[in-house]
Design a protein around this ligand. Structure first.
Ligand SMILES: C[S@@+](CC[C@H](N)C(=O)[O-])C[C@H]1O[C@@H](n2cnc3c(N)ncnc32)[C@H](O)[C@@H]1O
Length: 397
C-alpha cells in the first residue's frame, strides 16, 4: 500500500502569532506555519489538523519576506531552541510587540498604545548565561531536544550561549567522547556567573558550586539548580523597571527565586516578604539579603497560593506586591489572594504574554487599573519575551 502524499499548499504569511508561528489562511482553514516570516509566500506541508486549524511547515520559500534572513545556525529548524533566526532583528522585535498587543487585546481587552516599543537586547547572539543540555548516552549526542521531539539534537556550537558556556559544552562533549561522562546523566543544567560556572548535576572537575553576579549595588549568589535570569545585559533594566520608584512600608515579592527583586525592594521598604517554593532558591535569597546587609526581609519557603491563603486574616496594609511567576502564570488562588490583600500597587513580571493577559483580566476586574506596560527582549532569536506591567488600585469615587 502506498503512503498518501502529504497535502501541500501555497500561502502568504500574514503575521506572527503568540507562540511564534506564522498565520496563513487557505482552503477555509486557519494555518499555523512554523519558522515563517510575515510577508513570506511559501509552499507548506500540512503536518496535522484539528478541526479548522492546521499546523504546517515550510517546504519551499517561493518569495521571501523583506524581513527574512538566512539563519546563521546550522541546527536551525531541527534544534528546538531558537525559532526566530529567520527574522532580522527589527522584525523579531516587531513580532514580539505584536504578540503582546494581540494577547492584551484578545484576552484582557486592553489596547497597547500605537507607539509601544520593546527594549532591545544589547547582544543579539551569545547572550544566554543559562543552558539546559540534553544527553543521549547511547548515541553520545549532546545538545537540545529537537523541535517537537524528545530526540537529542547534537549541537557542537550554540550561537546564543555566552562564550563560557560554549566552552563548557565543548568540554562536556570531550567527556562524552572518552567515556568519562557520569553514567545516567541525561540532563545537565549550567549557569555562568562573574567568576566561573555552576553545573547540575556536578562531578569531578565540574562540581556543582554556586556562582555570583554583581548587578548594580548588589551581588547575587545562585547555582545551576535554581532559576536565575539568563540575559545579564538586560537584568539591570528589568529590575529598575519592575521596581520603579516604589517605596513604602510593606512590600511582598511573590515567586522571589534567589531574591533578584527582594534585595532592592528591601532597601526601599521598611518590611519585605519574599515567597518561593524551591528551598534552595529561598536559601540563596536569604544569603543575598545577608550579603547586602539587609535584615528587614523574611523569606517564606512555600507555594505562593498556600502562603497567600494563610494571610487571609492579615490586616496590615500592603503597599507593593511584585509577582514573577513561571510561564504558567499565577494560579486562580494566587490572584484571589492578591486581591484580598488589596496592595496599592502591583508589579507583574511575566515571561508569557498569554498567561499574563489571562491574569491581568482578573486583576482589572478586581479593581486595578493598568498604569504601564514595558517589554524587554531577554531572549533574542526566540519568540519569548519578558513583559512588566504596573497596576494601581483604582480609587473608589
Ligand atoms: C520566573 S522565576 C522568578 C524568580 C525571581 N523573581 C527572579 O527573577 O530571579 C519563578 C520562580 O517561582 C518559583 N515557583 C514556581 N512555582 C511556585 C509556586 N507555586 N510558589 C512559589 N514559588 C514558585 C520557581 O522556583 C522560580 O524561582
Amino acid at each position: 500500500m502506498q503512503d498518501e502524499p502529504l497535502k501541500t499548499l501555497e500561502v502568504e504569511i500574514e503575521r506572527i502569532l503568540p507562540g511564534g508561528v506564522g498565520l496563513a489562511h487557505a482552503d477555509g482553514q486557519t494555518i499555523f506555519v512554523s519558522l515563517a516570516a510575515p510577508g513570506d509566500v511559501v509552499r507548506i506541508q500540512i503536518d496535522r489538523t484539528r478541526g479548522k486549524v492546521a499546523f504546517a511547515s515550510i517546504i519551499e520559500i517561493i518569495k521571501p519576506a523583506p524581513a527574512r534572513v538566512e539563519p546563521p545556525c546550522p541546527y536551525f529548524g531541527r534544534c528546538g531552541g531558537c525559532d526566530f533566526q529567520q527574522l532580522d532583528y527589527q522584525a523579531q522585535l516587531k513580532a514580539k510587540v505584536e504578540i503582546i498587543r494581540d494577547c492584551l487585546h484578545r484576552i484582557a481587552n486592553f489596547e497597547l498604545p500605537a507607539e509601544f516599543k520593546i527594549q532591545p537586547s544589547p547582544n543579539q547572539w551569545h547572550y544566554r548565561a543559562r543552558a539546559n543540555w540534553q544527553v543521549d548516552p547511547e548515541t553520545r549526542e549532546l545538545g537540545y531536544f529537537e523541535r517537537g521531539s524528545r530526540r537529542v539534537c547534537d549541537v557542537a556550537e550554540c550561537a546564543v550561549l555566552v562564550p563560557e558556556l560554549q566552552g563548557t559544552l565543548e568540554e562536556l562533549r570531550a567527556h562524552l567522547g572518552n567515556g568519562s561522562f557520569p553514567a545516567g546523566a541525561r540532563n545537565i543544567e549550567a549557569v555562568a556567573g562573574d567568576e566561573g560556572l555552576s553545573l547540575a548535576p556536578g562531578w569531578a572537575g565540574f562540581q556543582t558550586k554556586h556562582v555570583s553576579r554583581k548587578l548594580g549595588d548588589y551581588t547575587y549568589h545562585f547555582s545551576a539548580d535554581i532559576f536565575f535570569q539568563i540575559n545579564q545585559e538586560l537584568i539591570g533594566p528589568l529590575i529598575a523597571n519592575a521596581i520603579g520608584d516604589a517605596r513604602g512600608t510593606v512590600a511582598i515579592d511573590l515567586y522571589c527565586g534567589a531574591g533578584l527583586f527582594t534585595v532592592p525592594l528591601t532597601a526601599r521598604f521598611e518590611k519585605v516578604i519574599g515567597v518561593e517554593s524551591n528551598p534552595l532558591a529561598a536559601k540563596f535569597a536569604l544569603r543575598n539579603l545577608q550579603s547586602a546587609k539587609l535584615s528587614n526581609a523574611r523569606i517564606h519557603t512555600a507555594p505562593v497560593g498556600i502562603w497567600l491563603n494563610d494571610q487571609s486574616t492579615q490586616s496590615a496594609p500592603v503597599d507593593f506586591v511584585l509577582l514573577d511567576p513561571p510561564r504558567a502564570g499565577a494560579e486562580t488562588t494566587v490572584i484571589k489572594g492578591i486581591l484580598a490583600l488589596q496592595p496599592r500597587h502591583i508589579s507583574y513580571v511575566s515571561c508569557d504574554p498569554a498567561t499574563l493577559a489571562r491574569d491581568l483580566k482578573k486583576l482589572l476586574a478586581g479593581g486595578y487599573s493598568l498604569e504601564a506596560v514595558n517589554a524587554f527582549d531577554m531572549f533574542p532569536q526566540t519568540h519569548h519575551v519578558e513583559t512588566v506591567v504596573h497596576l494601581g488600585l483604582a480609587v473608589a469615587s
